[in-house]
Design a protein around this ligand. Structure first.
Ligand code: FES
Length: 385
């Protein structure tokens, strides 16, 4: 099997098809349930040209809507789209533009006095609902109906994981801009061949290289034991491994789940790390990083988390540098084919096959470009005659 053509990482006209065929019907991680601690709080989440608002209702449930007013389309909840930090909306979403107000069910409940419309039906102007689901404390949203419920996907690959509901945020979430296409960043998370080549010289490692196992469809899983030291080892990685070694007699392990198309979960002894790749303009993406852990303020656990986070920060910076290098190489490759994917690269082969299946239809904007170029040719030839 060959890798995706270089044009998949370079062609701006592919973005609308990727957003509608891949991102819209997929489960996207929004936040942890503890990020919506009380009724009347809401979180904004943007992905693939769409924006969602997820809020906690008075009854304790979660509701999701398109983050757009039904009047003139203004964004309802503004502010950061990637931190998962909650805004207080007091159970009501009031548009900042002309003051239309919606309740927690999305119903339009008030319009400021003086605004009159012909044959106006308030019921026809409720917010557009979105699919919202929880899996063991993690909150997901989907902009279109996904093929399977999120628990149907994740239970297959992470059925043995504990309930994560009692966890709490342990770092400030980070959104790192990356000058590489989102597919390159996702493939980098799934690529195992680069660990022994690129990584030792670039960054320390806490867990051994992953070998992904094929799941039933929308997710992969992997398990890795704590690594032994090596080139690129740092004080943080040495202390982390020593602390884990002292804590338990059996080798420490981390469980990994990759959820199609862009999410990697790592459950280590000191907590849950989340890395999500969000698409941006052509050749750009955002690496969203969040960490949650069980409440444990012992000195040992704080040191474990501190050293883990230091290593992750170094690793993410090294990953971003390598991704820029690959993106630039793709640009130089141009129309040429990329090479084969090794038979052992289960994750990469899975990802490429899925991208090909979903993006096999020509991108809508390509045909527009062809029509435009034909019109231009016609205009040029008429001008010439
Ligand atoms: S756009 Fe929201 S009230 Fe006008």
């Amino acid at each position: 099997m060959r890798g995706l053509p270089a044009s998949f990482y370079l062609d701006a006209t592919r973005a609308p098809l990727e957003y509608s065929a891949i991102f819209a019907p997929s489960w996207q991680f929004v936040c942890h349930v503890s990020d919506l601690p009380a009724s009347g709080t809401a979180v904004r989440f943007d992905c693939g040209g769409r924006s969602a608002v997820v809020l906690r209702t008075k009854a304790g449930g979660l509701q999701g809507f398109r983050n757009a007013c039904r009047h003139r389309g203004a964004r309802l909840v503004d502010g950061d789209a990637h931190t998962g930090l909650a805004f207080c909306i007091d159970g009501r979403l009031r548009c900042a533009y002309h003051g239309w107000t919606y309740d927690e069910s999305g119903a339009l409940v008030s319009i400021p006095a003086g605004q009159h419309f012909d044959e106006f039906d308030a019921d026809a102007h409720s917010l557009h609902p979105l699919h919202v689901a929880q899996w063991r404390g993690l909150v997901f949203v989907a902009f279109q109906t996904p093929r399977l419920a999120v628990e149907q996907v994740l239970d297959v690959v992470a059925g043995a994981w504990p309930d994560l509901t009692s966890m709490r945020r342990v770092i400030e979430p980070r959104a790192t801009p990356c000058a590489a296409d989102w597919k390159l960043a996702c493939e980098h998370m799934l690529d195992t061949a680069h660990f022994d080549i690129a990584r030792p010289a670039l960054k320390p490692r806490l867990f051994a290289p992953l070998i992904f196992e094929q799941g039933e469809g929308d997710a992969l899983r992997a398990t890795a034991e704590v690594a032994t030291g090596g080139l690129g080892d740092t004080w943080s990685s040495r202390v982390y491994r020593r602390l884990l070694h002292d804590r338990q007699s059996t080798p420490a392990r981390a469980g990994y789940v990759y959820l199609w198309p862009n999410l990697l979960l790592q459950l280590a002894p000191d907590g849950l790390s989340i890395l999500q790749v969000l698409p941006g303009a052509t050749g750009h993406s955002t690496l969203r990083e969040l960490r949650y852990a069980a409440v444990d303020s012992s000195r040992e656990m704080r040191l474990l988390r501190y050293t883990h986070q230091r290593v992750r920060r170094q690793a993410l910076a090294a990953d971003a540098r390598m991704l820029v290098r690959v993106q630039r190489g793709m640009g130089a490759l141009g129309a040429a084919e990329t090479g084969p994917i090794a038979t052992g690269e289960v994750g990469l082969r899975w990802f490429a096959a899925r991208c090909r299946a979903r993006l096999s239809a020509p991108a809508p904007a390509s045909s527009t470009r062809t029509i435009r170029s034909r019109s231009r040719r016609r205009a040029t030839s008429s001008a010439a005659t």
